[in-house]
Design a protein around this ligand. Structure first.
Ligand SMILES: Cc1cc2nc3c(=O)[nH]c(=O)nc-3n(C[C@H](O)[C@H](O)[C@H](O)COP(=O)(O)OP(=O)(O)OC[C@H]3O[C@@H](n4cnc5c(N)ncnc54)[C@H](O)[C@@H]3O)c2cc1C
Length: 460
């Protein structure tokens, strides 16, 4: 199959991944004398920080995703291909993808990260994750399927397991999803499920550290902990889920929490591609880069964002996997490409920390600003909403999100409770007895049908 990318005399920069980093880099190269090729397995950019709101019925999926072709409409030097990149061949400057080979002059890997299950098979097989739009929609369906099943079951122990939710990981994702579920339990579910005693539903956060929101300030940790307890979330701190089998999340050899819904938010690995030299791929699958984001030992291969491991004196373990890091590295790399084209030396990356924040619920959020300033409550919540709204891509998404939030705020409702595509667990069998394993596939592949030869081939 040919990828039909025109051949030009300009250098071709191929970017793999249209997340926060890839998108910004491609945009910032709009005025550069280069051909930009952006590849993503999805035809949309996904705003991951709001995935939990899709999972808990607060936002529709289309509000947090935006079509890549629409983002770049009018950018004449850019070509998008929907493809899954399988391998890099640095010896021949090509990428192997499911739509054919793609040649590059410069390659930028912006492939983000994947859920890290730390090799615990029972969790990888049975837990829900929240890393993509399909994951979030699966989780939403699955939660409501469990409530429907809970009504039917005669067995009180099974009903308890169907109602309980265990979230593993007390970072921002775990805290945000726990808070949102607790609000749903307190305000929404009792109206929808009068046959169920929702007082029975328990929401747990199991966190290996002694506090939630480990990377944030002590004040933010204490505040968010109080918010969670106020909403009725149960914290199991300094504990780990060791395995998850038959509806039991084991936090020691004998102690378990009964649950049919375990959400794994306990860590991610870099999404390094095959074909790179093993010495540049770190233990957690990030790619070692220098201060220009150039992959160690390569002249024309770069990595940015979550997949890049750039260490500095103040970040000896690498920059955190956060959207602002990906965006700032993309901006610096675009500037450096332009400098290189002019014959100037590239400049080192410098990170500007603009602070961090997490939301627990209505009027409950914590914000750490640079210079040890922390605040929370209503103003924290308002700040969180404003920053996330402004960062969303596209006017429609901003408008729909603002309206959805306003309705939720005044009605204390989360409107999106449809089970449109029932979620099938991997340990369930279909009617022919075949096990289904699709939900944990982290890299769903788009397989195009092979087109019949038609127009003359112009490059690729
Ligand atoms: C639930 C959740 C909540 C988060 N909340 C926050 C937050 O509040 N604040 C914050 O700063 N950060 C947050 N993050 C982290 C933030 O989303 C990441 O740091 C950021 O997305 C990294 O950007 P990136 O460009 O490196 O990768 P991504 O944004 O992950 O983009 C990677 C892209 O590469 C594509 N891709 C990957 N492999 C291939 C392949 N082989 N072939 C083709 N395409 C490929 C993917 O489809 C994806 O579009 C959150 C993450 C999650 C999962």
């Amino acid at each position: 199959m040919d990828t039909n990318i025109p051949v030009t005399s300009q250098p071709r920069i191929v970017i793999v991944g249209c997340g926060f980093g890839g998108l910004r880099l491609a945009k910032d190269l709009a005025d550069a004398p280069v051909q930009v090729v952006i590849i993503d397995r999805n035809n949309y950019h996904n705003f991951q920080p709001l995935l939990y709101q899709v999972a808990t019925g607060a936002l529709e999926a289309d509000s947090i995703a935006y079509p890549i072709r629409k983002i770049f409409a009018g950018q004449e030097n850019l070509f998008y291909r929907m493809a899954d990149v399988q391998r890099v061949d640095t010896a021949h400057n090509t990428l192997e993808t499911n739509i054919g080979s793609i040649r590059y002059d410069h390659l930028v890997l912006a492939t983000g990260s994947l859920t890290n299950f730390f090799g615990i098979e029972s969790i990888e097989k049975n837990a829900m994750q929240i890393k993509s739009v399909p994951n979030a929609l699966n989780l939403r369906s699955y939660l409501f399927q469990n409530f429907e099943t809970a009504i039917l079951t005669e067995d009180p122990a099974e009903r308890q397991a169907l109602l309980n939710v265990v979230i593993v990981g007390g970072g921002p994702t775990g805290v945000e999803i726990a808070g949102s579920l607790a609000e749903m339990r307190n305000d929404v579910l009792p109206k929808d499920y009068p046959e169920l005693d929702l007082q029975q539903m328990q929401i747990f956060i199991v966190e290996a550290d002694g506090e939630v929101l480990g990377p944030m300030s002590k004040e933010a940790q204490v505040k968010s902990r109080a918010y969670l307890e106020d909403l009725g979330v149960q914290l199991r701190l300094s504990r780990k889920v060791q395995r998850y089998e038959e509806g039991k999340a084991y936090i020691s050899d004998t102690e378990f929490i009964p649950t049919r819904c375990l959400i794994w938010a306990a860590g991610v690995n870099g999404s390094a591609l095959e074909g790179l030299a093993p010495e540049v791929v770190t233990r957690n699958r990030r790619i070692s880069v220098n201060h220009w984001n150039r992959v160690e030992g390569r002249k024309n291969v770069y990595a940015i964002g979550d997949v890049a491991n750039m260490v500095s004196d103040d970040m000896p373990r690498g920059y955190p996997m956060l959207a602002p890091v990906a965006i700032q590295q993309a901006e610096q790399l675009a500037r450096n490409f332009k400098r290189l084209l002019r014959g100037d030396a590239p400049l080192d990356f410098k990170y500007t920390n603009k602070g961090s924040m997490a939301i627990v619920g209505r009027n409950r959020a914590v914000v750490d600003l640079p210079g040890n300033h922390t605040f929370g409550g209503f103003f924290g919540w308002l700040t969180w909403l404003f920053v996330h709204l402004m960062t969303l891509v596209g006017f429609r998404n901003k408008a729909v999100t603002l309206i959805s939030w306003a309705i939720s705020y005044f009605s204390t409702d989360k409107a999106l409770r449809l089970i449109i595509r029932p979620y099938k667990r991997s340990d369930f069998k279909d009617d022919k007895g075949k096990a289904r394993a699709e939900h944990n596939a982290q890299t769903p592949q788009y397989t195009p049908s092979v087109p019949t030869p038609s127009a003359p081939v112009v490059g690729g």
